[in-house]
Design a protein around this ligand. Structure first.
Ligand code: M6R
Length: 609
C-alpha cells in the first residue's frame, strides 16, 4: 500500500505542495519517497530511500521547478526499499515518469518482452514496466498521443493499480488510471489533485471525485475528463463536497483503524493471491527437503503458525512444530542444527523474540525462511528466502488483516508442498485453490451480513467478566486468536483451549450464564464438538456459536450464533471464522468506551525480549 499524489497548479511551483501532501499520506507507507515535475521540456526527479523528512533534509524536495508534478511515498512490495526502487519510475528516454500503488501480477512477462525489445530496466519493481510500455507505445506510433499510449499500456496490465503518469511529450497533462487500488481527485479553484486518499488534499479542498475500477482520467489545468478503459466512453461525474475532518479522512470515515482494517480484509486477501510464484515455490522446496520444520512466531503470528501446522499436515503430510519464539531457545536451542528449517512469521519482521530465535537457529546453521509484511525489515535481511504478505501498513495495534493474509499465504504454501509431495488428489487441490480465490468475497459477505449481529452480541455480553473460546482441530488456532483479540482490545480475561481439553480441568469454572464461544467449522471434528457443547450447556453455560450457515444441529444448542457461508474447506476455515471474533473484540471495546487502536501497555512492534 503506497501513497500516490499528483497536481497541476495555476499558482507557482508544485513541488512544495506535493511534498506536504505526501506527508499526509505517510500512513500508507514510508520506506522511500520521490517527486517528479515537468519544466521547460524536461522531467526533474528527486527520490531516495527513507522517510519523507529524512529525504527532504538531504535533497530538499521543494526545490524542483514546474507547476505540474507527481509524488509517491512507498510501501515496498517488489524490490527492497532502496533509492533505485523508489518511485517515480522512468522509461529509457526519461520522457515518461510513473507512480503506482498496487501490484502488477504479469510484470515478469512484460519485463521480458520489453527487454527483448531493447528496453533497459534499472529497478526491481513491477511499476517500471508501465513506463517502458508507454514509451514503447509512443515509439511505435507517436501519432496516438500520450492518452492512448497510457490507455494501451494499462490494457496490458493484470493486477491492481492506481497510477499517475507525466510525460514531456504532452507536458500539460497528468494521466491516471485505476484498477482495485484507490484513486480520488481533488478539485479547487487553482489546482487539480489526484491521490490515493483524500487526506492528501483535504486541507486544500473538500471537493472530491472518486474514480472507479476500469477508469482512466486526463487531468489538465482546464479540468478533468474520465473515460472507461475498455471502450474509452466518457464518464460524467461531478465533484462531491466532503465534510470529513483530516483525522476522519485518514480512517476513511471509520471511527478507528482497527475497524477500517477489519473491513479491508477482502482487499488484502485478494492481494495475497498475487504473490510471486517463484518465492512460494522456493520456500516449498526448502520445507520439502527439511528434516524438521519449526514455525516460529509470537502473538497473532504464532496463531497463524499453529493453523499452518494443521494445513501442512493435512495437505502435504508434513509434520511441523509451531513454537512460541520466546520459548524457542529454551526448548530447541541445543538441538536445532543444519538439518533444521525455521519458518519465522512476523508481521513487522522486527519482533525481538522472533529475531532472537532466528539468530540462535542461524548460528547453528539452520535454514531460515521468513514470512512478513515489511520488506526491508530485519527478518527479510536474515532470511534465506522470504515472502512478503502484501497487506499494507497495519496501524491498529491488534493484528487483523495481517493475520488473515498470513493464513492465506501459509495455505498457498501448504498447497504447493502438497503438489510437490503428491499427497492429495489434484481434484482436492483444485477445490481448495478455488475456495481460496473466493475468500475475499466470502469475507466481504460475512462483514456485510454479520457485523450488526456481532454488535448486538457485544451489547448483550457487555458486562461478562470472562469468556471461554473453544474449538477442535484447526479451529483451536481460531479460538486462541479470538481470545487474544478480546483480551488485548477489550481487556476481558479469557481462556482458550482445544475443546477436548476443557473437560480435563477448565470446565470446573462453568456456572450458569458463563459465556462460551465455540468455533464450529463443518469438518471432521463437528460431531465431537457437539458433544463438547452439550457438556457445557448441561452446566448452564451460555453458548455463542460461530457456525456455517444452516448448521441446524448447533443452532438448536446455541443461545446465540453468528453464521459464515457454507462449504469452506477445513484448512481455510480460520480465515472466515476469525472475522466475527475480530468484530466482537472491537465492538466490546467500543461498548466499554475503550480505544481499540491503542490498548494499554502494548506496542505494535515489540522490539524488546
Ligand atoms: O510483528 P509480529 O507479527 O512479529 O508481532 C507479533 C505480536 O507481537 C503481535 O501479533 C501481537 O500479539 C498483536 N498485538 C496481536 O494483535
Amino acid at each position: 500500500m503506497c501513497g500516490i499524489f499528483g497536481c497541476i497548479t495555476k499558482e507557482g511551483n508544485v513541488a512544495p505542495l506535493i511534498h506536504t501532501s505526501l506527508k499526509r499520506l505517510e500512513y500508507r507507507g514510508y520506506d522511500s519517497v520521490g517527486i517528479a515535475t515537468i519544466h521547460e521540456g524536461k522531467i526533474h526527479v528527486k527520490k531516495d530511500q527513507g522517510k519523507i523528512d529524512d529525504v527532504h533534509k538531504i535533497w530538499n524536495l521543494d526545490d524542483l521547478p514546474g507547476s505540474i508534478g507527481i509524488g509517491h511515498t512507498r510501501w515496498a512490495t517488489h524490490g527492497a526499499p532502496l533509492k533505485i526502487n523508489a518511485h517515480p519510475h522512468m522509461d529509457c528516454t526519461e520522457q515518461v515518469a510513473v507512480i503506482h500503488n498496487g501490484i502488477i501480477e504479469n510484470f515478469s512477462e512484460l519485463k521480458l518482452e520489453l527487454e527483448n525489445n531493447g528496453h533497459n530496466f534499472v529497478s526491481k519493481t513491477d511499476t517500471e514496466v508501465i513506463a517502458h510500455l508507454i514509451e514503447e507505445n509512443l515509439k511505435k506510433k507517436p501519432e496516438i498521443g500520450l492518452v492512448n499510449a497510457v490507455l494501451e499500456a494499462v490494457k496490458r496490465l493484470s493486477g491492481s493499480y492506481a497510477i499517475a503518469v507525466i510525460s514531456t511529450s504532452e507536458p500539460d497533462k497528468i494521466i491516471c488510471a485505476r484498477n482495485e487500488s484507490p484513486l480520488v481527485l481533488g478539485i479547487s479553484e487553482n489546482a487539480i489533485y489526484c491521490a490515493s486518499d483524500m487526506p492528501a488534499f483535504l486541507p486544500l479542498t473538500n471537493k472530491a471525485v472518486w474514480i472507479n475500477d476500469g477508469e482512466l482520467v486526463i487531468i489538465s489545468a482546464k479540468g478533468y475528463e474520465i473515460r472507461r478503459i475498455d471502450d474509452f466512453s466518457v464518464v460524467t461525474r461531478k465533484p462531491e463536497v466532503i465534510d470529513w475532518t483530516p483525522e476522519m479522512a485518514i480512517k476513511q470515515g471509520y471511527p478507528h483503524f482497527m475497524i477500517k482494517e477489519i473491513h479491508e480484509q477482502p482487499t488484502t486477501l485478494r492481494n495475497t493471491l498475487r504473490l510471486q510464484e517463484h518465492y512460494l515455490d522456493l520456500i516449498a522446496t526448502f520445507l520439502d527437503r527439511a528434516r524438521e520444520v519449526f514455525l516460529v512466531a509470537c502473538g497473532t503470528s504464532y496463531h497463524a503458525c499453529l493453523a499452518a501446522s494443521y494445513m501442512f499436515s493435512k495437505l502435504a503430510f508434513l509434520a511441523t512444530y509451531p513454537v512460541y519464539a520466546s520459548e524457542f531457545i529454551e526448548q530447541h536451542g541445543k538441538s536445532v542444527n543444519i538439518d533444521s528449517t525455521i519458518l519465522a512469521v512476523s508481521q513487522s519482521g522486527e519482533t525481538a523474540d522472533t529475531l532472537a530465535a532466528v539468530t540462535c537457529a542461524q548460528q547453528r546453521a539452520a535454514t531460515i525462511l521468513g514470512l512478513t509484511n515489511v520488506i526491508g525489515s530485519t527478518l527479510t535481511r536474515v532470511s534465506r528466502v522470504y515472502i512478503s504478505q502484501q497487506s499494507g501498513p497495519e496501524i491498529g495495534v491488534a493484528a487483523t488483516k495481517t493475520f488473515t493474509s498470513q493464513l492465506s499465504v501459509l495455505a498457498q504454501l501448504a498447497l504447493r508442498l502438497a503438489k510437490k509431495r503428491g499427497k492429495i488428489s489434484q481434484d482436492e487441490m483444485d477445490y481448495i485453490s478455488e475456495k481460496l480465490e473466493k475468500l475475499p468475497d466470502i469475507v466481504k459477505e460475512i462483514i456485510k451480513t454479520q457485523e450488526e449481529k456481532v454488535k448486538q452480541l457485544a451489547k448483550k455480553y457487555r458486562d461478562a467478566k470472562i469468556f471461554f473460546f473453544l474449538g477442535r482441530g484447526i479451529s483451536t488456532a481460531t479460538a486462541y486468536e479470538g481470545r487474544l483479540k478480546l483480551m488485548e482490545i477489550a481487556y476481558v480475561p479469557s481462556l482458550a483451549f482445544p475443546a477436548g481439553e476443557s473437560k480435563h480441568g477448565p470446565i470446573s469454572l462453568i456456572e450458569p450464564g458463563f459465556p462460551v464461544i465455540f468455533i464450529c467449522a463443518k469438518d471432521d471434528t463437528h460431531k465431537t464438538l457437539i458433544g463438547n457443547i452439550m457438556e457445557m450447556k448441561a452446566r448452564g453455560a451460555s453458548i455463542i456459536a460461530i457456525i456455517e450457515k444452516d448448521d441446524e444441529a448447533i443452532k438448536a444448542l446455541a443461545d446465540d450464533y453468528i453464521e459464515v457461508p457454507k462449504g469452506i474447506p477445513e484448512v481455510l476455515s480460520p480465515i472466515p471464522f476469525v472475522i466475527p471474533l475480530q468484530l466482537l473484540a472491537y465492538y466490546l471495546a467500543v461498548e466499554k468506551g475503550l480505544n481499540p487502536d491503542m490498548p494499554r501497555n502494548l506496542a505494535k512492534s515489540v522490539t524488546v525480549k
